[in-house]
Design a protein around this ligand. Structure first.
Ligand SMILES: Cc1cc2nc3c(=O)[nH]c(=O)nc-3n(C[C@H](O)[C@H](O)[C@H](O)COP(=O)(O)OP(=O)(O)OC[C@H]3O[C@@H](n4cnc5c(N)ncnc54)[C@H](O)[C@@H]3O)c2cc1C
Length: 492
């Protein structure tokens, strides 16, 4: 009898302590994607006591954070989240010299500051200034950069491509070539870009002098920040390419090959082209599936050229330098990798065109152009490092760059959780997509959303296009090809 009571007490005790355990059980999350966004989510959740597993498809973490060994970054005013994390990890950005803070131009093989260019070719500078002023007027027409599609006029901007608007500005050929190069280097080819997106981005940075854009240098590059975020994380699995995410009533299973990982919640921090290759159960909404096919990514390849000596002589070549020959954003890299290094960005359709070329041929093409600017460059060349984001199926392009019509349909679509799955990544940030700041902010937001879901709190509402313009989105049955037909019919 006594034994029976004892056994019963043990079972009750056991049941009690299991309930208590259940209540206090450490919450678990899986973060898919070890770029800056995923690492930020993982870091923040672990700090809050979560047990986190990061699954990264590549052999190393860091994702798209730069090839550069010492990137230029904006000021603390411009990139507050970035500077907060740099402070946390005691990473120091070094102030940029003044000559780096303003863009330079390579025209007809010669380097110019804007002031020098004005003396030599005033009509070109007049064109550059007219472009800046017209863009600023468009930016000023947006009251709130978080609500860019709020009225019909702004929606119309979304239906027009930047190239079409530039045609109307009728700039001189050189001014147009330089403006095109600026736009494709920062976003994408003007013909592929929504005018509303260009204006919204100009609105986000409006009032901040251009000199704040390249205010400092981050020695070691943003990879150092990725490593600092990863260091305290307990579980990071590399070479772990996720193929499926299955949500059940009480958790989520994430599949990597034959292995299934289980957790309470998932942060999906992969670029949209990579998301198309992950099977989701339950599946994405019809609008999300359409968005995955439609949303434009800019193309940008980074080519680090190593020379025996600086073939550019005393030319400044640092910061952002735009050429009229399709080479955009050229800057001198410190000799950390040995010798004299030049980082060249090939962007937009110039980069797309080169996709058919192998790495060696691509480097040759860039060298031919550089040799035209700096005779002897080919002889002095001794090696290269390449990052070709368009060719990388785990990136699928450089970063989000909304095409015509896309903001009206997909605005803030990825900030809403899908059950126990929350999205992160630069493409999910409404204000700073395509930047380190955007990636970090999205990681922070995703970590907060996961905690809110766990606490049973309503996730902070976001005004997506589907909510602000339900009729327009409901009518959005046509495919992107059909939309293109519609818009060109409207504006031709
Ligand atoms: C050429 C170039 C230059 C840039 N220059 C600047 C700059 O000067 N200043 C600035 O602020 N920003 C710059 N950026 C932008 C910045 O680098 C990005 O915004 C940021 O790195 C994106 O981080 P992310 O975490 O969103 O995505 P990612 O870094 O792409 O991380 C996503 C990760 O998910 C992984 N992944 C994909 N699919 C799977 C899968 N199925 N399973 C597991 N893992 C998967 C990928 O391998 C990757 O590591 C630049 C970007 C490029 C491409």
């Amino acid at each position: 009898m006594f034994a029976t009571w004892r056994a019963l007490a043990l079972i009750v005790l056991g049941a009690f302590s299991m309930t208590a355990l259940g209540k206090d059980k450490q919450p678990t999350a899986i973060v898919i994607g070890g770029g800056l966004a995923g690492l930020t989510s993982a870091y923040e959740l672990q700090q809050k006591g979560w047990q986190v597993t990061v699954l990264e498809a590549k052999p190393s973490i860091g994702g798209r954070s730069g090839l550069a060994t010492s990137e230029w970054v904006g000021s603390a005013k411009l990139q507050p989240s970035l500077y907060r994390y740099l402070d946390t990890f005691k990473l120091k950005a070094v102030p940029a010299p003044d000559y780096v803070r303003t863009p330079g131009y390579l025209v007809g093989g010669r380097y110019f500051t804007e002031a020098d260019l004005f003396k030599e070719a005033p009509s070109t500078v007049e064109g550059l200034k007219r472009f800046d002023k017209s863009l600023d007027e468009l930016a000023a027409s947006i009251d709130d950069p978080l609500k860019p599609t709020v009225n019909h006029t702004l929606q119309t901007l979304d239906s027009i491509s930047v190239a079409r608007w530039l045609d109307k500005l009728a700039l001189s050929p050189t001014a147009r070539a330089l403006v095109d190069q600026r736009i494709r280097a920062r976003y994408d080819e003007p013909s592929r870009l929504s005018l509303l997106y260009l204006a919204q981005q100009a609105r986000v940075y409006r009032g901040l002098p251009d000199t704040e854009m390249r205010a400092a240098r981050l020695p070691g590059g943003s990879q150092l920040l990725a490593q600092a975020l990863a260091k305290p994380l307990k579980t990071i699995k590399t070479n772990a390419r996720v193929s499926a995410v299955v949500q059940e009533k009480d958790g989520v299973t994430v599949k990597v090959g034959p292995t299934g990982y289980k957790a309470d919640y998932v942060v999906l921090a992969v670029p949209l082209p990579a998301l198309t290759k992950i099977s989701l159960t339950p599946s994405l909404s019809t609008l999300q599936v359409r968005a995955l096919k439609d949303i434009n990514y800019g193309w940008r390849d980074q080519i680090l050229l190593k020379f025996k000596k600086p073939v550019w002589g005393k030319s400044r070549l640092s910061g952002e330098v735009f050429s009229d020959k399709g080479l955009g954003m050229i800057w001198v890299e410190p000799a950390l990798k040995g010798g004299a290094n030049l980082l060249v960005n090939l962007a937009g359709d110039n980069a797309r065109l080169m996709q058919a070329f192998g790495d060696r041929q691509l480097v040759d093409q860039v060298l031919i152009r550089l040799d035209g600017l700096y005779p002897g460059a080919r002889e002095q060349f001794k090696g290269s490092e390449l990052r070709r984001f368009g060719k990388d199926s785990l990136a699928g392009g450089a970063y989000l760059a909304y095409g015509p019509g896309e903001m009206s349909l997909y605005w803030r679509l990825w900030e809403k959780p899908l059950g126990r799955v929350v999205f992160a990544g630069e493409h999910t940030d409404a204000l700073y997509p395509g930047t380190l700041e955007g990636a970090l902010r999205s990681g922070l937001r995703a970590a907060t959303q996961v905690q809110d879901l766990k606490a049973g709190k309503a996730v902070a509402p976001v005004e997506t296009a589907a909510e602000t313009r339900p009729e327009a989105v409901a009518k959005a049955a046509p495919t992107k090809e059909e939309q293109k037909g519609f818009f060109s019919r409207l504006f031709n």
